[in-house]
Design a protein around this ligand. Sequence first.
Ligand code: BGC
Length: 579
Amino acid sequence: MTSSRTDFPAPSGSEWWRDAVIYQVYPRSFKDSNGDGMGDLGGVTEKLPYLKQLGVDAVWLSPFYLSPQHDAGYDVADYRTVDPRFGSLEDFDRMREEAHRLGLKIIVDLVPNHTSEDHEWFRAALAAGPGSPERERYMFREGTGENGELPPNNWKSLFGGRAWTRVPDGQWYLHLFDSTQPDLNWENPEVWEEFRAILRFWLDRGADGFRVDVAHGMIKADGLPDWDEQVHMVEGTDSADDAAAATHPTPGEDPEGPGKTMDTGPYFDQDGVHEIYRDWNRVLREYPGERMLVVEAWVGPAPRLARYVREDEAQQAFNFDFLVAGWHRDRMRDTIETSLRANSEVGAPCTWVLSNHDTVRHSSRYGLSSRTAYPNGIGAQDEQPHPGQGLRRARAAALVELSLPGSAYVYQGDELGLPEHTELPDAARQDPTFHRTAGAELGRDGARVPLPWSPVGEGLGFGPAPWLPQPESFHEITVDHQLGDPQSTLSLYRRALRLRHELGLGATGFAWHPLSDEDQGVLAYVLPREDGDVMVAANLGDAPATVAELSTGELLLASGQDAVVGDTLSVDSAVWLKL
Ligand code: BGC
């Protein structure tokens, strides 16, 4: 079995995170245990047995810390307090204890690039005035222009508009995101000390790891030089309060490939940021039990991203190239190849991720006419995803994602094939992106709708009056409904995760199958195992494809009942075969 591409040996190391399946809980939308319309830690604890039965190894929780919630908790006012909306520290302890009892690891979110404007440090900075040590914790600067009336440079916020806001005494502060999210000054040793202490606080409380928000953003280029080439802005005005655009790349269909979607401005991916990960790596090593960091770094190409997972830095980095590759054979193949190659050079596992709380759900993206569509939200006026096609592809993509060597991330609802809510009424939308662009950008609410647990019960079992309304289509795809259906997407995920565990997938080597270079649109590879190789084939082409091994191998798992017809693999289908 030969291919022009490189094959990869099984990665070394046996730490749990190297091949873990990690489930992202978005707390406000997972399960509401106290009936206030918003999910909470009590709800997570209640549903841990569900996650155990699903077969995941770890749970990552998006922020549940004290926050005014201007950016759904990614604006932290106190890193050591649970927001009362989500519960209390005691609720966290109960959840962690129960997770550990069930053998599930807990990963918490860390937001080090910025705080909330409500953080006591920022309040103190405003009160103390220019030149004070309090201001030195943030990025305050004098303005330009005759009277300092112009911002210090031309940087734009990732939410649009200026990245600078002026305070009454005339100074300006930097905010790469919303004006309520001031950037911290990582040139200040006090900031380093504070984040070491925050890490230790949660490590002492039993957290097994951290997901690091905007992990490539903390260090800014010397002198904060102007930058004119932001790749994913919608036009904003010069007013910070008019800020516009998306948190993340909105490339639509990018013929150049996903690498182009990464913002390479002087505020991202600076060499100095790696010193922070070396520092945190040392903190994690003070603790037993293989604690880990997974970085959210929208950095490319793959060798550049691999620098974050060198031996003395973070353990994992989200593979966003894979997420934006779309349902496109060549892009997926090239991303798998370049990711495996780059990470094997630094001895780190790859991660595979299809959706998260910032992206349109892949079962809807895959249902759009462009195979590589990557919109920033979908509204009722936009092209509506084809539900059948989107779900069919999402099921096939799951069999690719969950078989590849390394660690896989499942965003809550992926396991249900949950679609994006594409008809949210404007009045319900909460993403600041939507409001700050006067609706020009729909934003991320459609991917954040509370989960449907059961056809009976308020909010489809989520709880009464969910903070975002659930679409009609959720009624047919609740957890309870899917548990009783052996052909459901939930049943497919459960089987795939059980088999993955039994067969040791995630920890195997990898060899391309020659079909991946042919023009039928098939992605195929072999996972070498002592006890019999496993072959994975997915048809991303436009016609049924001949796969000889369908006749000779043993069918372990298929993405749908009609995936295999004789020795052909149906369109938008995938299989696992034992050779
Ligand atoms: C988070 C977003 C958030 C942004 C600012 C991201 O990368 O995932 O949800 O809006 O950081 O904190």
